[in-house]
Design a protein. Sequence first.
Lengths: 278, 242
Amino acid sequence: MLNGLGSLRTLSIIGLFGVLGFSSAFASEPPASDEPGSVSVRMYQLEGSLPSEDPNSSQWDTVPGSEFNLAPQVHWPPRIQEVTVKSVKVKGVHNGQELVILVEYADPTEDAADAAALEFMVGDKPSHFAHGQEMLQVEGGPVNIWFWKNESGKAVDMSAKGFKTLETQPHQDVQAKGVWQNGTWKVVFSRLLKTEDGQDVQVEEGEWRNVAFAFWDGAVVDGLVKEKGGQKAISTWWYIRAEPSADNSVFGWVILGLVLAAAFELVIVRKLRKGQSV
Amino acid sequence: MKGPIISGAIILAGVFIFLKFILPLVTAPLPASLIYLYLALALSGIMIYGTMSAPSLEAMMGPIFRFLSGKGQTGAGQMARLAVLVMFPLLVGWQTYSRLVPSDLPPAENRTIHPAPPGEFVGLSNPYPKTPENIMMGKGLYAAYCSPCHGANYDGKGPAAPGFNPPPANFSDPGTIAQLQEAYLFWRIKKGGVGLPVEGMPWKSAMPRWEVELPEEFIWKIIMGEYDGAHQSPRTWEEEEE
């Protein structure tokens, strides 16, 4: 009943059972982060038009947000030890074509030099969060910065790869609008998910990218703007992604797996009942 | 309850219990993937042993085949066979789903906190004597340059700390500078976060590259002040040799 070829098949069957059983038993979830606060921004998919012009749109109430602590910029000169903006709430939405990111943060006064910026890694090489500054043992990539300032009322699409390399891009792809109310800034940045510009971050649905934040309190104290240039509130890198559309093809593959497994069983049992080797 | 199947199951269970529960009593817990690998090796051994001869093959596989064929089964046997035949496709379906469904979590970060330093920093020793004056100067420099992140109490809880990911090191924790030599701290302070190798994820570190702002003398004295303030001692070559 059990010849050599049959033994091999038998081993295959047992191996399949074994691998499935063991891999199920040891399938483990990545450990949960014990750090406080959020680690990522999810840009949720909405149908139709997005609230790209309206930071107070009721559409923002329909999506969950994230919150990140900020630090005074003490990484490189000119440093600052105390900043106004201590944390930022972030929400994101997209419709498969365009994305909009809302940043909301406390700033007790509205000032002309108030400003906000989002920073993204561009390409596959990791970029240092500080304007893509040079790393000594790792070849880094550039960053794409979306900068909004209250007095201009618009966004500037910028690039940098190292200190003193920050420049306005020849091709501008980002829009922004800010509204200050009762000690809170709400600023929306919008852009297409993908652009033709190689200096821009390209956003693929379902793909995690890196994002960092920076904010300036433009209040004038003793005749000087309180926070400007390198003196700002910053974050280091966090994650962001455009949430993918529901992928129902998974269920097709599951059904195929069920059918194949059942057919496999049927063949085995029929052969065994006929007294053949398997 | 004899036979190769029962024996094999007992061996596998024994290997699992040993690796999962007994081994961690004397060493670090094994990762699940390694336990899985060892169990797969044990299973392979059992299979090879059980298929060495025709009688042993019959002894091991015969009961399985008779069980699957369902011949002569009644009552509980029939139910058990039915359960196996139903469970197997369901297991395959579940595995297919769990492998294909897109992950909802950000990428896992396996950042090495204390990666190996470049060769030129290995074995350096602090050229300044540990005099009260030098330690005092080091603490003053620490307060000016390091405490905004690493904290006035050397605990990594400076006013800037909550905004950074990864967080600044807590020097009072015995797992940080107490595990390192002064030469290692000299490298980390001098070259900063951007000096880390790829496994240290330098692109995330806010640690300044202090060599562009501070002379080496200041860095060595800061190290002295750090150890003294955090009530820790540097790891030394003498300890290594012991």
